[in-house]
Write a protein that binds this ligand. Structure first.
Ligand SMILES: Cc1cc2nc3c(=O)[nH]c(=O)nc-3n(C[C@H](O)[C@H](O)[C@H](O)COP(=O)(O)OP(=O)(O)OC[C@H]3O[C@@H](n4cnc5c(N)ncnc54)[C@H](O)[C@@H]3O)c2cc1C
Ligand code: SF4
Length: 330
């Protein structure tokens, strides 16, 4: 492992100054992803600026009835927060579906959003990978891609984003706040991750050196009836091979509002807008749910070994929406 410096920041301006002073510096949250990648030689920072001491560890109500979640809130504290559990239950479920208790105690909201893909070629420095070494190729397209993307991928990269939390945040229109030396900025989470094109090493629209300070959830009454369901190869401690965050407002058997986002199928959390359009105004029931899944998955371009994900996601959408409809009727 390359030798590196370590500094703790106690305020946001200090963190930005420390980062700005060293072109090879990186922010350190819980370190549960970055440090692993340093051990593997994938990341080689010259200095780590630890952000866990910053005053960004609170979850507060916003004036309009939403929630503002500080970037250093741990995954455990986020999942346990009463306002999250009651008003955005799919978010609490998504966080609890990820990693393990020990990891969630360390992992932060900012770090979770910026964790890197688990593609095995990306984490193996002896292999080519366009995301790690631009222009070196993508062996996953012809190689091991069982867990890779079926939506929105390109021939340059077919990796998926691994975060569970980000899927629920996407369904609820979360907004990411950040700071750079030039001042504060905001990005809808839907615009945080760049589409995959010829430059898969460019992953987010954040300006260089930006510090994520918070994630804001706008008020969303529909989110009170929401669920996150994750399919994985083991019951715990495993990344998703497909997941769904969903919320429904059903009245008199008709869907008034629907929110739907997919995980582990694309390079970013996938907001299922075509499915939402199919659901809105339609009768709640299996036929509508299957039609909604089909509308979204019509864009799927699976590879030879991951076509199973199309069926998996269709079944998952129908199961989650059926469960929510039954819950609404109680
Ligand atoms: C065994 C294992 C199993 C896991 N299973 C799952 C799973 O099932 N589902 C899931 O979603 N995740 C899973 N994870 C991933 C885990 O959730 C992430 O590692 C964690 O959320 C990252 O948060 P962190 O604070 O530790 O980030 P770090 O590792 O500290 O940082 C990650 C990245 O974010 C950057 N960063 C951190 N904070 C900020 C900030 N405030 N502003 C700007 N940049 C920042 C860092 O520079 C780095 O690039 C698993 C991890 C492990 C090791
Ligand atoms: S899928 Fe992306 S991350 Fe994986 S090898 Fe190809 S370029 Fe690298």
């Amino acid at each position: 492992m390359k030798e590196f410096g370590y500094q703790r920041a106690s305020d946001v301006s200090g963190a930005l100054a420390l980062l700005g002073a060293d072109a090879g510096a990186r922010f350190l949250g819980g370190g549960t992803n970055l440090v692993d990648l340093m051990k593997a030689g994938v990341e080689r920072p010259s200095r780590l600026v630890d952000v866990r001491g910053l005053p960004l560890d609170r979850i507060e109500p916003t004036a309009d009835g939403g929630l503002r979640i500080g970037a250093t809130v741990t995954n455990s504290d986020l999942a346990a927060h009463p306002g999250v559990r009651s008003r955005y239950p799919a978010l609490a479920q998504a966080v609890l579906a990820g990693a393990s208790g020990q990891l969630r105690n360390m992992a932060t909201v900012g770090g979770n959003l910026l964790q890197r893909t688990r593609c095995g070629y990306f984490t193996d420095v002896s292999r080519p990978c366009n995301k790690r070494v631009p222009g070196s190729g993508c062996p996953a397209v012809e190689g091991e891609h069982r867990n890779h993307a079926i939506l929105g991928a390109s021939a340059h990269c077919v990796a998926v984003h691994p975060s569970d939390m980000a899927v629920a945040l996407t369904a609820f229109d979360a907004v990411v706040s950040y700071r750079t030396g030039d001042g504060p900025g905001e990005l809808p989470l839907a615009d945080l991750y760049l589409p995959v094109d010829g430059t898969p090493h460019r992953e987010t629209a954040l300006p260089q050196g930006a510090l994520i300070t918070a994630v804001t959830l706008p008020p969303a009454p529909v989110a009170a009836l929401s669920r996150y369901r994750k399919v994985r190869e083991r019951a715990s401690y495993a990344f998703a091979i497909g997941s769904v965050a969903a919320a429904l407002d059903v009245r008199d058997g008709v869907i008034r509002e629907a929110r739907l986002a997919f995980g582990a199928v694309a390079s970013r959390p996938w907001r299922a807008r075509a499915a939402e359009r199919t659901l809105t105004g339609a009768p709640a029931g299996g036929e509508t749910f299957a039609a909604a899944a089909d509308a979204e998955l019509a864009a799927a371009r699976p590879l030879p070994h991951n076509a199973y994900k199309v069926t998996l996601m269709r079944n998952l959408v129908v199961a989650v929406l059926t469960g929510l409809t039954e819950e609404a009727a109680r």
